[in-house]
Design a protein around this ligand. Sequence first.
Ligand code: DGY
Length: 321
Amino acid sequence: MGARPKLLITRRIFPEVLERLDANFDIVSNQADDEWSAADLLARVADRDALFVVASDRVDRALLDAAPKLRVVSTGSVGYNHIDLAACKARGIAVGNTPEVLTEATADMAWTLLMAAARRVSESERWLRDGQWKRWAFDQFLGADLFRSTLGIIGMGRIGSAVARRARGFEMTVLYSNRSRAANEAEVGAQYVERDELLARADHVVLVLPYSQATHHTIGERELSLMKPTATLVNIARGGIVDDAALARALKAGRIAAAGLDVYENEPALNPELLDAPGVVLTPHIGSATRSSRVGMAMLAADNLIAFFEGRPMPAQVPLG
Ligand code: DGY
């Protein structure tokens, strides 16, 4: 038997996934989940043939330069904006990701954030825990209706479609905007409109589009000013799609009512203005965090690596253009 390919895994992964990889690779793994500096990572990747990363690892030219033997990068995420695809292509390095397995869990989380933000769940719970609940009042914590309201979805891919399907139960009008018309718009019951029209008409706006330079600050000052003062904004997509500073200003000025955020511009650092903005529900990038979804992601990332070295098509290979 020839030497097994050398694999670096940057994060703790589930034992069953590690076991599967262990049968195929010579592994260095960060099972202790230590904070590796950029220099640590560069040193560890030097002799590796394969790399298993997550969305918060940057796979840039500096890292690729430090990894002359690298042949494949597998990310345990559907998003791949943290990977320099052009640099991978130039070096003949294949890239794999994890679509499908997280679609439903992430759509559930979009709804979790939407409902929690629209109905002021975090805000009222903080108030209650603070001992401020002395009596019931008609006008306490009035939120926005979901039933028969208008939902605007920006980005109608797999997750956007799954969000739209769930809106049927709420008898919502569903608008969407996307780079192109979605072939499944009738099936998911969504109507295509231009983005500005969506922002003006929707009671609730959910962002589910991939991050790229083209989608940077899709929602900024101008877009927020088009939204209804009673509107809710949910970002389940990627930090950077929303201008966090502009959003905090809009919430504080009452230009929109609420926001449910799972992703941030400089995560894990948060814009401090978001922390004391009213009507905001904040979660730490847990959109796909159910056991079945996260194990599915890690297993698919492992399967991509195994298929690559067995000379089979990777189950989920990112096109490098
Ligand atoms: C993804 O898969 O891209 C999620 O954001 C988790 O990183």
